[in-house]
Design a protein around this ligand. Structure first.
Ligand code: ADP
Length: 203
């Protein structure tokens, strides 16, 4: 975590009560010794990992864990695109991710309803992280990164190749499997297994 210089505000206590005999000396001394400065610390994110996370999988979690061990502060951004039909609401996806990353103090999750480049501009983040499972992902992600660069030339996209254990994990196939009550417990964390069960049992 870095300290933003513009937000470092020293605060000093001011004593005004001199009426009580005997305490005035102490108060005068206190005036000469100001209390230690307080600082307001602003979080600066180094990288953003955006996605639909509908639902978040062990593949996503693996990218988050690896990225957050490289960068000081990671923003995980839940995309909310009104034209897409999600199984889970943005709030539900955010809550699942928050639970999955709660032990990682340098990761914070957000919901964002507009272009990811606008989030990056707002938070002053220059690095976008995307996961790659194979050549299909790569050609799609490559075009996407060109489009993002055209919209915001300051950003760089970093592609992280999947861990081979998660190469076949895809949110859409996991939803399909879960909809037929298939076992997804090796693909998503237990809280997501439960959330999928609830969705598909109509509870
Ligand atoms: P989007 O709709 O933005 O593609 P996804 O939730 O499907 O959202 O994926 C978000 C990011 O995570 C993408 O970069 C995707 O390639 C990556 N990703 C998804 N599943 C995996 C996985 N199993 N291993 C590595 N990266 C993954």
């Amino acid at each position: 975590m870095r300290l933003h210089p513009c937000t470092a505000i020293p605060l000093h206590r001011v004593y005004t009560d001199y009426c009580i005999p005997g305490s005035a000396v102490n108060q005068y001394l206190a005036l000469l010794t100001p209390s230690p400065p307080c600082f307001i610390v602003e979080r600066m994110f180094e990288a953003a990992f955006p996605g639909s996370f509908d639902p978040p999988t062990l593949g996503h979690l693996n990218i988050i864990e690896r990225a957050s061990s490289i960068f000081d502060e990671l923003a995980v951004v839940v995309a909310e695109n009104r034209q897409k039909n999600y199984l889970f609401s943005a709030q539900e996806r955010l809550e699942m991710l928050n639970e999955m990353v709660k032990s990682r103090k340098n990761v914070r999750c957000f919901i964002w309803e507009s272009l990811i480049v606008d989030f990056m501009k707002k938070e002053n983040i220059k690095l976008l992280i995307r996961g790659i499972r194979g050549m299909d992902d790569f050609s799609y992600e490559f075009e996407l990164s060109m489009m993002n660069k055209a919209l915001y030339p300051h950003i760089e996209t970093l592609f992280m190749t999947t861990d081979p254990r998660y190469i076949v994990l895809r949110s859409s196939s996991i939803k399909e499997l879960a909809s037929f009550h298939g076992d997804v417990s090796l693909m998503v964390p237990p809280l997501v297994v439960e959330a999928l069960k609830k969705k598909y049992s109509g509870v």
